[in-house]
Write a protein that binds this ligand. Structure first.
Ligand code: ATP
Length: 645
């Protein structure tokens, strides 16, 4: 870590550990411990909500499982803290897996309902299983024993602080590893993620299990912190509060989780005390007004856009001065504040300030710090295709029929692709070219027929299995992982080169460090191969269109494919970009990689393809070398809609 980041972090850790010494009040120390525990939970919840983009309403239930695992082991077996907490993590992770396996087959509102039902069932189970959980009576615990005595409130704070710091390091390492990249990629483009050999379903489940582990950790600490647990705590309101923490703090941010946990613990307390509420609402109104004036003066926003937040916060401040007693208004004020934040700060508070900062000072894209790759080795960055004893044809498409209702998008098409060639697939709009790509990559399962890649049928295999077997692709509508940098996009393609597991990632063991460093080196080489090395740390969504297409090709090459499918790579490219593309395609072929090229730019097809197949209305109407296709009567008719004459 760089020194300019390390020093503020160390200062923050020292300030955190000194907190109970400065503010020696058991009530505030307890409150701070609760915030630390919620931070751990939100770190985990952010993996599911922020990174993979799934909605979980079951995390209060999982938090309860963690609490009750620790509570039951303490109450019935008298097991110590250092046994109950790891047990809670493992048990909750197992429950998370049980929830995720069926739940993650569904998406959107269905997933929300399934996880909500799961949370409710867990609460009911805790209530009903009195022989284990003491039912509605709850379980009493003591604070953990340290050095033969029960920890004081202050000592427990330090335990919670160390637990939070441990969780921070682990979650940060996970999210910066191949696992975190897979989570982020599946949110940005599930279809591309699957086609990079990263199974979307498997990694969604994985994310859920890890997230549940964090919920179990937090739950166990909570039971010791409160010294009493009962089923009512783990209700749906708590689940909503956790989600609010992520939304308000800001997703995909550790700082967001810290801020979110602080808000959800302190906001209800703030609304208990009229004096405190007045101070906070007046400060908020002042900050929003000054911030808006600054933003307008710098031309970042206009009066119309800031009028509602400014008027809203000023009205809240005036309202706080008018109020005598806050008790009757607590819930309404809470609701209005949430509405304001959710509506106006859609990227959460951290995201808002990040965007504000970028608008004021521009974005600083970090320069590449990795070792510069020399010219001698970058050409070898692409693996030579494996051609040993595999026959002349790499792919045999046999009588493929793809039917959508009554429409035959592909009608008994036979194509053989010769190893090491560039094979063009052309045809007018709607002739079935992209459908063929989707059949070859497992996105569609054909109605009839077979596709044999390296003499093995790929029909019925998942997209990620097909990708790992050696077929990579690009997409007609570019499917990059937009919020990730160019380098990270390639690293997702290199996911198959990692064998290290969660523990190796969390502990930064040598195998993981070796794999990460070699993957980064290769990723930079691949970027250089397509001329993008200077844009390695730029977010993919910010790249010009032509560069995005090149990045997609480099990402596909990261899979070390034997067969590369390029779906209209020249679409939307300028003439110089097309020239560069042709050079890249030829270089790829020189590495023995077979290419299927779908393209509407006939000059590209005719100049680079060894053989061309032509589709029209889902049927193959011609096949041959460029000169044969150019003079084929059926092809001319299909393209021009008339006879050659
Ligand atoms: N999922 C689907 N459901 C229904 N019809 C589909 C589906 N996918 C493709 N089709 C239909 O199949 C036919 C072939 O479409 P396809 O996208 O493969 O054509 P294409 O040759 O790639 O066209 P273009 O050059 O415009 O991309 C079209 O009539 C299209 O509407």
């Amino acid at each position: 870590m760089k020194i300019n980041k390390l020093i503020p972090l160390l200062l923050a850790v020292v300030a955190l550990l000194c907190f109970p010494l400065v503010l020696d009040n058991p009530y505030y120390i307890h409150l701070a411990s609760t915030i630390l525990i919620y931070i751990i939970l939100l770190f985990g919840l952010d993996i599911v909500v922020g990174y993979t983009g799934q909605v979980s309403l079951g995390h209060a239930g999982l938090f309860g499982v963690g609490s009750y695992t620790a509570g039951v082991l303490f109450f019935h077996l008298g097991l110590p803290f250092y046994v109950t907490v790891p047990a809670a993590i493992v048990v909750t992770a197992i429950f998370g897996g049980l929830l995720a396996l069926p739940a993650l087959k569904v998406i959107g509102p269905y997933l929300a309902m399934v996880t909500l039902a799961f949370g409710t069932i867990l609460q009911i189970l805790i209530n009903e299983m009195s022989f284990l959980t003491e039912g509605p009576l709850g379980i009493k615990l003591t604070k953990p024993m340290i050095f033969g005595h029960e920890a004081s409130e202050k000592e427990f704070f330090w335990i919670a602080a160390l637990a939070m710091l441990l969780a921070l390091v682990v979650v940060h390492r996970i999210l910066k590893s191949q696992l975190g990249r897979a989570f982020e990629a599946l949110r940005d483009s599930p279809v591309a993620c699957d086609c990079m050999g990263v199974s979307v379903y498997r990694f969604k489940v994985y994310a859920f299990v890890i997230s549940a582990g964090f919920a179990g950790f937090a739950g166990a600490l909570y039971s010791y912190s409160e010294k009493y647990i009962s089923p009512n705590t783990y209700n749906n309101e708590l689940t909503i509060l956790f989600l609010l923490g992520i939304i308000m703090g800001g997703r995909k941010s550790r700082l967001g989780a810290i801020l979110g946990a602080t808000i959800i613990v302190l906001l209800p307390k703030l609304l208990d005390d009229i004096g405190l509420f007045r101070i906070v609402s007046i400060t908020l109104a002042t900050l929003v007004t000054l911030g808006s004036i600054l933003a307008i003066s710098k031309g970042i926003t206009n009066l119309k856009k800031v009028s509602i937040p400014v008027l809203g916060t000023v009205a809240l401040a005036l309202f706080s001065l008018w109020l005598d007693n806050i008790t009757d208004w607590r819930l309404s004020i809470f609701g209005v504040m949430i509405l304001l934040v959710v509506y106006y700060l859609q990227d959460g508070i951290v995201g808002f300030f990040r965007n504000f900062y970028i608008s004021l000072f521009g974005k600083k894209v970090e320069a590449i710090t990795e070792s510069v790759i020399t010219n001698e080795n970058y050409d070898n960055i692409i693996s030579q295709a494996d051609t040993a004893d595999k026959g002349p044809n790499i792919l045999n498409i046999e009588s493929i029929l793809m039917q959508f209702g009554g429409l035959k998008a592909l009608n008994l098409v036979d194509i053989s692709i010769k190893r090491g060639t560039v094979h063009g697939l052309i045809g007018p709009n709607g002739s079935g070219k992209s459908t063929m790509m989707n059949v070859l990559t497992g996105i569609y399962i054909p109605t009839a027929g077979d596709v044999k890649f390296e003499n093995q049928s790929v029909v019925g295999k998942t997209s990620s299995e097909i990708a790992l077997s050696g077929i990579a692709r690009t997409f007609q509508n570019v499917q990059l992982f937009g919020e990730m940098t160019a380098l990270e996009n390639i690293l997702v393609g290199l996911h198959h080169s990692f064998e290290s597991n969660l523990f190796e990632v969390s502990l930064h063991l040598p195998r993981y460090l070796r794999e990460e460093s070699s993957a980064r080196h290769r990723a930079l080489g691949l970027l250089k191969f397509v001329g993008l090395e200077s844009l390695a740390n730029e977010e993919a969504r910010n790249l010009p269109y032509g560069k995005q297409r090149m990045l997609e090709i480099a990402r596909a090459l990261a899979l070390d494919p034997n067969l590369l499918l390029l779906d209209e790579p020249a679409a939307g490219l300028t003439a110089p970009d097309i020239k560069e593309l042709l050079t890249v395609i030829r270089k790829i072929r020189d590495h023995g990689i077979t290419i299927i090229l779908i393209e509407h730019h006939m000059d590209v097809v005719m100049s680079v393809c060894d053989k061309i197949s032509v589709l029209d209305f889902g049927e193959k109407i011609a096949e041959g070398v460029a000169s044969e296709i150019q003079s084929n009567a059926k092809v001319i008719e299909a393209y021009l809609g008339g006879s050659p004459a």
